[in-house]
Design a protein around this ligand. Structure first.
Ligand SMILES: CC(C)(COP(=O)(O)OP(=O)(O)OC[C@H]1O[C@@H](n2cnc3c(N)ncnc32)[C@H](O)[C@@H]1OP(=O)(O)O)[C@@H](O)C(=O)NCCC(=O)NCCS
Length: 274
């Protein structure tokens, strides 16, 4: 594989997480080695063991370099960082994607600092690694997780990963299809766990769209009113107007909601085909 397509490069995203803090999710690269070393210096041995299967006692500059600046065509790392008031950056979480030799799949792995667990960091990293995997043309992601790692299995389960337990084995094989129905929500984040994300992509307001919606709603209202008015049990034209208008108004409200839902789904599908 040659260097990744421009679409496979992720612009920095702003995240607001459950603790109310503002974070940036961005690709890691050469120059981020000191941040990796600082992160490792304060990680618990259990976290390092859970991630690598052994304890890394010394995160040397070379090792840190391999983590963030390997071959970008086969290997990428993204991180979640915070900018403290005093300046600089703190790296709190790393997600990594490593292509299999045949490029038909890629392994993903995560490490979130002990101090920032259950804020949705791994969830965001997974969402964006899946998006990047799709953009890089990889049909599936996979992971190998120790059976006792409930936290990691929980993250995968929550995001549609298929867990294959081998009764005799200690490792659970996880398959993460990059094209699932959840992919519709790759651009905005999964709503339930993390708080809303401020993405650089803002939903645009279009006056033309508003006028089209109003015309459609007015036509629908007129049509429904013409059907309903003959069924209002009254001979008083004012009562017919009132109850016919109210009923048609309610149904027009439902019509408007349905119209917005259809447009939203269509917009996401179109964005995903790009
Ligand atoms: C596994 C790990 C990456 C999870 O990171 P995280 O940012 O805390 O995960 P999230 O906040 O995105 O959690 C998403 C969901 O996963 C599940 N989950 C996460 N941690 C869990 C835990 N300790 N116990 C049970 N479920 C858990 C929950 O369903 C959670 O959603 P909720 O908080 O809305 O209930 C983190 O614990 C870690 O770095 N562990 C050490 C390294 C490691 O094991 N890496 C994996 C190697 S394969």
């Amino acid at each position: 594989m040659n260097s990744p397509a421009p679409s496979a490069i992720l612009p920095a995203r702003l995240l607001r997480l459950r603790d109310g803090g503002n974070y940036r999710l961005r690709p890691l690269g050469p120059g981020d080695e000191p941040l990796v070393r600082e992160m490792f210096a304060s990680l618990s041995p259990e976290s390092i063991r859970a991630r690598y299967g052994y304890l890394i006692r010394d995160m040397t500059p070379e090792r840190a370099h391999r983590l963030v600046a390997a071959d970008p065509a086969r290997d990428l790392a993204i991180g979640i960082l915070e900018r403290p008031p005093g300046g600089g950056e703190i790296l709190w979480a790393i997600g990594r994607l490593v292509h299999a030799p045949d490029n038909r799949s890629a392994e993903c792995a995560f490490l979130v600092h002990d101090a920032k667990r259950r804020l949705g960091m791994a969830s965001y990293l997974l969402i964006y690694l899946r998006l990047l995997g799709r953009r890089r043309g990889v049909p599936r992601l996979f992971a190998q997780v120790r059976r006792e790692n409930r936290a990691m299995l929980g993250v995968f389960r929550k995001h549609g990963g298929l867990l294959h337990f081998d009764p005799a084995g200690e490792v659970v094989e996880v398959d993460i299809p990059v094209r699932t129905s959840k992919i519709l929500f790759d651009k905005p984040p999964a709503a339930s766990s993390p708080a809303a994300m401020a993405s650089p992509e803002k939903k645009s307001f279009s006056i033309v769209e508003l006028v089209v919606d109003l015309v459609l709603c007015a036509a629908f209202f007129g049509y429904i009113f013409s059907l309903i008015k003959g069924h209002v049990p009254s001979l008083d034209p004012q009562m017919i107007l009132l109850w016919g208008g109210l009923s048609a108004g309610c149904m027009t409200g439902v019509f408007w909601l349905a119209l917005q839902m259809v447009k939203t789904v269509y917009r996401f599908q179109r964005a995903n085909q790009k």
